[in-house]
Design a protein around this ligand. Structure first.
Ligand code: 5AD
Ligand code: SF4
Length: 442
């Protein structure tokens, strides 16, 4: 049996690209292994958003191409693939740097992985980093094993050019996938047992499909998906505060399957920094927006991203961010140390913040959020939550799932995957709720 090993870094988009590559290769007779030494095809799907992820990708590729050196037989025949955003960024150079590397493939060409592997077997090396504007880039065989939840790409690329970000350079300009293909894919997923879909794109709010003679927005797409029988939950990531329309906000109340959770990255609580980041909104505009959302849907769960230590960030900017966090009442946040990226404009900005200062600020920010998360989770103890069961939790004997708000719940019970369980919450940690399954009779 032919085997494929894959290692993935970065965002959900990358995770999904890995799933697609695996599905395509499984159509060609490959099975997945977690042992790189056993695999005929080894893929490292890389991320370039922060320097650390990029470094990890290089050391992995170094290791896997190293495995081939001077070894007889199958080791030499192994096809090593460098995919994703770092592949796009570095291109052909990678072949010079890593002897034994066979394929360099950018994010918009991963759907060609089968063809590229075959080509590498005859030609030795292949480069596929030309941007693919075509709808082809969204091709997904919807095969393989799906759990309760599946990702579905609805758009790719980004036109925003935030000054710290490499995405627009590597994933290219925004391209929306045709609504018809998205709906067909969701039907196929639901037929294979999927209950929840997560619609993916760098900037899903600017989704626009004009292929059917009229403009289909994300709101309309959600409306169509909401009608699919057997589908229970719909989420979408990532939203951009400047493109979040009032129409879209109403999707939360108009469509019963759209989950009451919104990931809306603000990045900083200082107007001066937001301007330097080229985010296109002020703190007040963002605040007004979330106030309006909460007026419509008071218990919606909000989450956000923050970058700490952007060039020239002062102690005062940082305090503004902390103050903002205290007011915003996020369920959770993702916070990152600013990472200098050569492709992004901010790498030329003055006032780089020393690493120790960044580390201290990151800790303060995370501590501020932790207090809030604990308060929100604490208030949920004693409540009954509807949990869509995803499977076993890491700790033996427990099951795991999520509430519609996106909160992870671990509980004792024996509920079939894909069903909704009533769970009485009796405890919480910093990132999950704990409870007990309540049956009808109780
Ligand atoms: N440095 C640190 N964090 C970054 N992000 C994007 N680019 C950078 C960078 N250069 C973060 C942003 C974004 C998330 C996906 O990654 O917060 O929302
Ligand atoms: Fe990067 Fe900004 Fe686009 Fe998000 S919106 S992908 S941070 S450029």
């Amino acid at each position: 049996m032919k085997k494929v090993y894959i290692e993935t870094y970065g965002c959900q988009m990358n995770e999904h690209d890995s799933e697609r590559m695996l599905a395509i290769l499984s159509d060609n007779g490959y099975v997945q292994t977690d042992k790189p030494k056993e695999a005929e095809v080894v893929i490292v799907n890389t991320c370039s958003v922060r320097a650390k992820a990029e470094q990890k990708a290089y050391s992995s590729i170094g290791r896997y191409t190293g495995l081939k050196k001077g070894k007889p037989g199958s080791e030499k025949d192994r096809v090593v693939v460098f995919s994703g955003c770092v592949a796009q960024q570095e291109g052909k150079k990678l072949l010079g740097r890593f002897k034994g590397l066979n394929i360099v493939v950018g994010p918009s060409q991963v759907h060609r992985i089968d063809e590229l592997v075959n080509k590498a077997k005859t030609d030795g090396t292949v480069i596929a980093v030309a941007p693919d504007k075509d709808q082809e880039r969204f091709r997904n065989p919807v095969k393989g094993v799906h759990g309760v939840k599946a990702f579905v790409t609805i758009m790719e690329g980004c036109d925003n050019f935030c000054s710290y970000c490499t995405v627009p350079y590597l994933r290219g300009r925004e391209v929306s996938r045709h609504a018809r293909n998205i709906i067909d894919e969701v039907y196929a997923l639901v037929a294979s047992g999927v209950k929840e879909v997560v619609l993916l794109g760098q900037n899903v709010n600017s989704y626009r499909d004009n292929s059917e003679g009229r403009q289909i927005t994300l709101y309309e797409l959600l409306s169509a998906l909401n009608d699919i029988k057997g589908l229970e939950r719909i989420r979408f990531i990532t939203s951009h505060p400047k493109d979040l329309t009032d129409e879209l906000v109403h999707a939360f109340t108009d469509f019963q399957k759209v989950c009451p959770h919104l990931h809306l990255p603000i990045q900083s609580g200082s107007d001066r920094i937001l301007k330097l980041m080229a985010r296109g909104y002020t703190v007040k505009e963002y605040r007004d927006r979330i106030d309006r959302i909460r007026a419509l849907m008071p218990d919606i769960a909000l989450t956000s991203d923050f970058i700490v230590g952007f060039p020239s960030e002062t102690g005062e900017d940082h305090r503004d961010t902390i103050q903002f966090i205290r007011r915003a009442n996020y369920d959770n946040i993702f916070s990152f140390k600013y990472s200098d990226r050569r492709l992004a404009r901010a790498s030329t900005y003055d006032g780089k913040v020393p690493v120790q200062v960044i580390a201290g600020r990151l800790k303060e920010l995370q501590d501020a959020q932790l207090e809030i998360t604990r308060k929100i989770y604490g208030a949920l103890t004693g409540t009954l939550q509807q949990v869509l069961v995803e499977g076993e939790s890491k700790k033996q004997g427990r099951q795991q799932g999520r509430t519609a708000h996106g909160r992870i719940v671990n509980f004792s019970g024996t509920v079939p995957e894909g069903t909704v369980a009533n769970v009485l919450i009796d405890d919480y940690s910093d990132n999950a709720l704990y409870g007990k399954h309540i049956t009808e009779e109780e």
